[in-house]
Design a protein around this ligand. Structure first.
Ligand SMILES: [Zn+2]
Length: 192
């Protein structure tokens, strides 16, 4: 048995789920798509199944991931969009030809010829959240070792963590332990 590969973080927003294939960016980074095959697995899990991935396509995928991360981080921080990131995102949308198709049970599926088409879908999704076309707010995870950009669609727009059951819980636990150390008692962890 080979070593177990890091699991995927599944979110409801395609492009930030994609940037979350590299986590703990400010700590000990965890690469969740270390190989082209793992990228194919991720695409399949996210409704973008394609058959094969070349080394070049794999490089383009990771470039797109970092471009989306850079652009989303800039957006969340009210900084101008980095031109190189914008170029990369646009290259991916313009070079793919993904076709959305309607299924008989009323879902959308993608007809894709290869990784290029799948990346175009992800890049287009990123444009949707970066332009503010979609309801929500770009934000950065409050965890200092994470700082992932995520798209907050909560009603109050006050989400603090990219994921409650990873970064959120870890922060809560850390605060709880710090409180305990300070007071020597079992002080509650405080608000979420
Ligand atoms: Zn996080």
């Amino acid at each position: 048995m080979p070593d177990r590969l890091p699991e995927f973080r599944l979110g409801s927003v395609l492009s930030t789920s994609f940037t979350a294939t590299l986590t703990e960016r400010r700590g000990d980074p965890v690469e969740r798509i270390p190989t082209p095959q793992r990228l194919l697995d991720w695409l399949a899990v996210n409704g973008l199944p394609v058959g094969s991935c070349t080394t070049d396509e794999f490089t383009l995928a990771r470039q797109l991931r970092e471009a989306i991360h850079a652009a989303a981080t800039a957006r969340a921080s009210d900084h101008p969009l980095p031109p190189q990131a914008v170029r990369t995102i646009n290259d991916r949308t313009t070079q793919g030809r993904p076709a959305p198709v309607l299924t008989l049970d009323g879902r959308r599926e993608w007809r894709l010829d290869g990784v290029t088409d799948a990346l175009a879908v992800i890049a287009a999704d990123a444009i949707g959240i970066l332009t503010g076309e979609r309801e929500g707010r770009m934000a950065l995870c409050a965890s200092p070792t994470c700082r992932a950009a995520f798209f907050d669609t909560s009603r109050s727009r006050s989400r603090r963590w990219c994921e409650m059951n990873t970064c959120g819980n870890r922060q809560k636990k850390a605060r709880f332990l710090a409180n305990q150390r300070r007071t020597g008692g079992d002080t509650p962890a405080g608000d979420a």
